[in-house]
Design a protein around this ligand. Sequence first.
Ligand SMILES: C[S@@+](CC[C@H](N)C(=O)[O-])C[C@H]1O[C@@H](n2cnc3c(N)ncnc32)[C@H](O)[C@@H]1O
Length: 338
Amino acid sequence: MNTETLKTQFRQQAQGALSLNVAFIGVTGNLFSTLHRLQEATATALAQAAGLDAGYVTRWCDAAYAFGYLEAAGDTFRLTPMGEAMRPEAPDSLMPMAVQSVLSAHMAERAAGLLQSGERPGEAVLAERATILPWFGPMLEAGFGTMFEKTISPAIPAFAEVDARNGLVLDLGCGNGWYLRVLARRYARLRGLGLDGFGENVMQARERARAEGFADRLHFEQGDIHDFTLEEPADLIAMNRALHHVWEHDRAGIFSWLHDNLKPGGHAVIWEPAWPAERSALRDPARRSLSFQNLSEHIQGNHLLQPEEIVAAFAGQGMSTEVYRFAGDNEAVIVAQR
Ligand SMILES: C[S@@+](CC[C@H](N)C(=O)[O-])C[C@H]1O[C@@H](n2cnc3c(N)ncnc32)[C@H](O)[C@@H]1O
């Protein structure tokens, strides 16, 4: 490929990133949702309804029109189907892509600044951007909730077993609590306890559980997995995209904790992005983003795991495992039994 062809290719790719940047502003400023409610509005009326500055919203409307999120008739705007699909409330919303795009830019900038010192500042980097922070939970919920509800939870018999005995599911690193809410919707009897280190996540988890009428069955606490004391042994302990956050810090400790806090016969259900055994697999377009995620995990003091490493760690506790793979082998769920 010559340089001109490469420039054309990169310009097209850059347009994709810009389009998601424009969408991010609309998502976090509640502009897509507000315009959906109004059906149509001038930029000034949209700004007023969203409680935002008319100058910025006018410029945003031009950009959102240019990238195809808005249609215009004179000075009046309405959402296109693409703009509708970007609303966080839309079924199968495109919102996670917009949030992920700007988060990736933030993490790229942080990695660039840390290359020389090698410093790994930890998860605090995720909280550095006030506009991104409240969107972690909704981004993960919209990105993975449907897969869990429709594909993963029906494939794993342990959930129904817990439900049958009014059992307790503990979700370590629970984010905004979407996993326990999916289970509570499907199973009427199981109880849930979620733990997360970020206060924002715990606040959202409590609020959403209450809004769905699960406040009596689902409880959430803020705290650190490494020094958490469980009042009663759990029937099932879930960790979704959370094990790799504690693996480097204290792998042996966490696996013996999982073993000791499960009832005999209870299950640990660990869901992780599956880091491939061969580097060449990262070239697959469906896996490329995993390589960037691992760079951004490095900043946080983490790295992504191969499912086989998790199986071996459970074997070290004398626990047998079953590995389920989903989404073209990109997602692994390891079910271990005490
Ligand atoms: C990638 S997020 C996944 C959140 C949620 N499980 C989901 O699937 O949406 C990882 C979560 O683990 C939490 N976490 C990481 N280390 C933790 C620790 N030591 N104690 C408590 N929570 C922790 C983070 O706050 C974050 O919400």
